[in-house]
Design a protein around this ligand. Structure first.
Ligand code: ZN
Ligand code: FE
Ligand code: FE
Ligand code: FE
Length: 165
């Protein structure tokens, strides 16, 4: 087992995002339920399924590193999910404004994930953990696609409708 400080930092970041992904699996269903449009419900549901797979992918990364999968509380993701819950309380059910707000909250989550997986991929590469880097980079692309999909949805329909209600 590696003991270097940089490797330990990498592992700590991995434990953080592992906690974050599992937290999302638990909490994304609330967002699906709260969404107004089927388009947003579908987008979040699809990413929830992808997130379930990401939990397994991160477990595979731990395995490749010869470590047992361990979660360490991510205060940032905990806070982002809390914000999403407040948004549900502060917007009216059945409105497009609710969806515009949920998209904003969901994109903040995706951006946190993009930052995390971007850093993790770069660290894995420099340490020569090539198989781990491949998986982390694959997740990074999924997060980027989720983010772009949400932007498209907002710009294609939700914002316009929210602006008119
Ligand atoms: Zn290492
Ligand atoms: Fe994720
Ligand atoms: Fe974190
Ligand atoms: Fe995500």
């Amino acid at each position: 087992m590696e003991e270097r400080l940089f490797h330990k930092l990498f592992l700590d970041e991995l434990k953080d995002i592992y906690w974050a992904e599992k937290h999302l699996v638990k909490n994304l269903p609330k967002l699906v339920k709260a969404a107004t449009t089927n388009e947003l419900k579908d987008a979040i549901s699809n990413h929830l399924r992808e997130t379930e797979e990401q939990v397994k992918k991160v477990e595979r990364v731990f395995e490749l590193l010869g470590e047992k999968a361990q979660a360490k509380k991510c205060d940032a993701m905990s806070g982002l999910v809390e914000e999403a819950s407040s948004i549900i309380d502060e917007t009216d059910k059945g409105t497009y404004t609710r969806d515009a707000a949920l998209i904003t909250a969901a994109q903040k989550v995706e951006h946190y994930e993009i930052a995390s997986y971007g850093s993790l991929t770069a660290m894995a590469k420099v340490m020569g953990h090539d198989d781990a880097a491949t998986i982390l980079d694959e997740i990074l692309e999924e997060e980027k696609n989720a983010d772009t999909g949400l932007s498209d949805l907002a710009e294609r329909s939700i914002n316009e409708r929210a602006n008119n209600e």
